[in-house]
Design a protein around this ligand. Structure first.
Ligand SMILES: *[C@@H]1O[C@H](CO)[C@@H](O)[C@H](O)[C@H]1NC(C)=O
Ligand SMILES: *[C@@H]1O[C@H](CO)[C@@H](O)[C@H](O)[C@H]1NC(C)=O
Ligand SMILES: [Ca+2]
Length: 173
């Protein structure tokens, strides 16, 4: 009896799963649901100039290979200007390419080549916070009201030695 109930339950489960899948495929799929995305961590990908750090020209040099693998998009971990206390997740300038990775011209070249090969380029944008070295943050500290409003402010906390520390739980390096 137990066996029959269990089988009925699994048949029902299969039936339900089947109709969910069917419902899902009745709509037009978006490109990101059907495209293979190749994620690149630029710093350790390809170093084009031998300074030991991966860079944008290195990525561009591999686009044909990536295409051959069947990918239709690349996703780049952060490439924006950063003091790299948090390996690029601490963005100092959202309008600039990190100098160790190259220049805006290098990035334009990457986009041109990607377009030619019909590869989409997805950038990892981190809007949650900026680096403490961001122009916006520095302007805010200097009393520029526009940039002051870009941030949520809290008083610093006093540690056991009586020193003022940032009011967050970020563990710096
Ligand atoms: C940004 O904020 C979102 C939402 O709170 C969080 O899930 C994500 O982990 C945050 N990302 C970073 C890099 O801080
Ligand atoms: C930013 O934070 C880092 C890491 O905590 C610190 O070493 C650096 O001096 C800070 N820079 C500024 C401009 O506050
Ligand atoms: Ca390099």
């Amino acid at each position: 009896m137990k066996g029959i109930i269990l089988s009925l339950v699994s048949i029902f489960a299969i039936f339900t799963a089947g109709s969910i899948i069917k419902q899902e495929t009745d709509r037009e799929l978006e490109w990101w649901e059907t495209t293979i995305v190749y994620q690149i961590y630029p710093r350790s990908y390809v170093d084009s100039d031998g300074d030991g750090i991966g860079d944008i020209k290195g990525i561009t040099s591999k686009l044909e290979y990536i295409k051959e693998l069947g990918a239709g998009a690349i996703w780049l971990s952060p490439i924006f200007q950063s003091p790299m206390y948090d390996f690029g997740y601490d963005i100092a300038d959202f309008y600039a390419i990190h100098d160790e990775y190259g220049t805006m011209d290098d990035f334009d070249e990457l986009l041109d080549k990607a377009k030619e090969l019909d590869i989409k380029v997805v950038l990892d944008l981190v809007p949650n916070h900026t680096s403490n070295e961001s122009v916006w943050f520095q302007e805010a500290l200097n009393g520029n009201e526009k940039y002051y409003n870009y941030f949520v402010w809290e008083d610093g906390v006093v540690d056991e030695n009586g020193n003022i520390q940032p009011p967050n739980n970020w563990v710096g390096v």
